[in-house]
Design a protein around this ligand. Structure first.
Ligand SMILES: Nc1ncnc2c1ncn2[C@@H]1O[C@H](COP(=O)(O)OP(=O)(O)OP(=O)(O)O)[C@@H](O)[C@H]1O
Length: 558
């Protein structure tokens, strides 16, 4: 349960470019959102300007603006704000949904490629909080920046004819509030932004570890130690959040003071400090307009502080989702043949890790039953990952039905190979849903046959809810061996000509394992069976045995 040490590999600019790339189809909607928010802002600024004119005009007995204009602008501002909020948030939520789908697709495509070392809490953090943080890019940065540009233009249009010197002062202050201060805030908040994302992921990891390992924690009476580690993670997140909150407050105060300075400047001009006093009506209008313009830009300094968090979020999202890009996405459909051939295949999980397989050549003819044996860590499951195309060889070729695996579509490969992984996952759902995962076309007869073949049919028949039994998260309502048999039944149900079974009898007692192998001999029919195991029990019907050791795959005695 160590802390997540994380330095993103992708630079910020690349990350933002990639995220905006994903959002390209949403751009028209996002652009309409900007236009709507500018219209609402325009209505608000005009309202303040005319309200100022009318108020001062009435005070000095000058009928400057008809009240209907005010009413129209007031109603327009309220309606505009409502529509703009609705539209921009809707557009952003759609963009975030697209980003999540993109992230998830890329992740799913490379599920085994490196994900063995990616913590689930960290991934969850990226998928939920990091993606969520990115809404600020549009709602807190892009939209308010466009608004600040419009506010500046209106302020200059109003102030320049009245007092050019004052116009320059107001423009400088507004540029400070909208550009300079946010940039300073960006530098100040960058560190906390990164720390919060990392601390959040670390805490999530810790909590997931805690809940998943509760049984072990209790058994070893490790509650106190684990709780104190969670406290440390919690504290480091709170500390980073506290620092960020202080900086946000400071940024808010500085930005507020900039607005106040602008108001003082207009008031000074109204009473004629160092210049001819402004006309009261126009001066009052300008005062109100200034208040509104600075209010519209006030969030940008806070956004500057949060930009560090957004930058880190963007890098973390892109970095994770980028992993499968190394895999070769093929386009060809599944070939009719199912012979498997490896030709001089060398493989390692990443450039900084040692070679797992070196120059491996082997043939698995269609319909044969092959055992791949070897000690723990020899590379048997890595070989399975290569066959399933969730990892790619560094050198050499893998052929399925004489077609290079790299040219085949991922789903084509999966339609040909049914896989039982070493640590299969059962979902928090019914037995039926777990068995029919990914398949809609199975009848009850087929389900019962598969359950019987996996030697668990009688047990399920004895359950009050039968196939509708809820098996709990990770199959916790089943024993380890029962869960394994359900997973076996799921694999046997797959209508694929190749069965790839990674330690199929893990968790089964000797008799059930022997029963399983004898049924496997019957049910496999003319399917290819590739069985990964540490050793054979003697019950399996195997045509050929390969042994993996020291990166080599050598034929062994059956
Ligand atoms: N997803 C992964 N990412 C990075 N490295 C991995 C991954 N899976 C396995 N490895 C590494 O590859 C090497 C071979 O592991 P592999 O799981 O293929 O061995 P194995 O023969 O199946 O072992 P076992 O019998 O214990 O399951 C090991 O050093 C392991 O740490």
């Amino acid at each position: 349960m160590s802390r997540v040490q994380h330095t993103p590999l992708v630079d910020q600019r690349t990350a933002f470019a990639q995220i905006f790339g994903v959002w390209r189809p949403c751009m028209p909607r996002l652009a309409i959102g900007i236009v709507l928010s500018l219209l609402a802002l325009l209505a608000g600024l005009e309202l303040m300007w005319t309200a100022g004119l009318r108020l001062a005009g009435m005070a000095i007995g000058l009928w400057a603006v008809a009240s209907i204009v005010l009413r129209l602008l007031g109603a327009g501002r309220v309606a505009g704000r409502y529509i703009e909020r609705l539209f921009t948030h809707d557009a952003m939520f759609r963009a975030l949904a697209d980003l999540r789908v993109w992230f998830f697709r890329r992740l799913a495509a490379g599920s085994a490629a490196g994900l063995g070392f990616r913590r689930s809490g960290d991934l969850l953090s990226r998928l939920v909080s990091d993606v969520e943080t990115l809404d600020g890019l549009y709602l807190r940065v892009v939209v308010p920046l466009c608004g600040a540009a419009v506010a500046l233009a209106l302020l200059l249009r109003a102030a320049l004819p009245l007092a050019p010197g004052l116009a320059v002062v107001l423009a400088v202050l507004l540029l400070m509030a909208a550009i300079a201060l946010p940039l300073v805030a960006l530098r100040i908040g960058r560190h906390e932004g990164g720390s919060i994302a990392v601390a959040q992921a670390a805490l999530r990891n810790g909590l997931i570890d805690l809940t998943a390992g509760l049984r072990e924690i209790r058994a070893f009476e490790a509650e106190a130690g684990v709780a104190s580690r969670i406290d440390v993670l919690d504290e480091s997140l709170s500390r980073a959040q506290g620092q960020l909150a202080r900086k946000l407050a400071l940024a808010g105060a500085v930005s507020f003071l900039t607005g106040q300075a602008a108001i003082v400047a207009v008031l000074a001009a109204l009473v004629g400090v160092g210049m001819t006093p402004l006309h009261p009506a126009a001066g009052c209008g300008l005062l109100f307009l200034t208040i509104a313009a600075f209010e519209a830009s006030s969030g940008l300094t806070r956004a500057g502080v949060l930009a560090g968090t957004m930058g880190m979020a963007a890098r973390r999202v892109v970095e994770s989702a980028d992993q499968p890009a190394t895999l070769d996405r093929g386009t060809r459909p599944a070939p009719s043949g199912t012979d498997i051939a490896l030709r001089n295949v060398s493989f390692r999980w990443s450039p900084d890790r040692p070679m797992v397989l070196r120059n491996v050549t082997l043939d698995i003819p269609s319909g044969s039953r092959v055992a791949i044996l070897g000690p723990s860590g020899a590379g048997k499951s890595s070989l399975a990952a290569l066959l399933l195309k969730v990892a790619v060889p560094e050198e050499g070729d893998i052929l399925l039905g004489s077609e290079p695996l790299s040219t085949l579509r991922d789903d084509a490969v999966r339609s040909r190979i049914a896989w039982l992984s070493q640590a299969t996952h059962l979902f928090d759902d019914t037995l039926r849903a777990n068995l029919t995962l990914g398949r809609r076309d199975v009848t009850d007869d087929m389900l019962w046959r598969a359950l019987d073949q996996a030697a668990i049919g009688d047990l399920v028949r004895g359950l009050p809810d039968g196939l509708e039994t809820w098996i709990g998260e990770g199959g916790t309502r089943l024993s380890g061996g029962q869960g394994r048999r359900v997973a076996l039944a799921r694999t046997l149900l797959a209508d694929a000509p190749i069965l790839l079974l990674d330690e199929p009898t893990t968790g089964l007692d000797a008799q059930t394992a022997a029963d399983f192998f004898s049924t496997l001999n019957d049910v496999a029919g003319d399917r290819t069976v590739i069985m990964i195991a540490h050793r054979l029990t003697g019950v399996e019907r195997i045509d050929r045995v390969w042994r993996v050791a020291d990166g080599q795959v050598m034929p062994a005695m059956a």
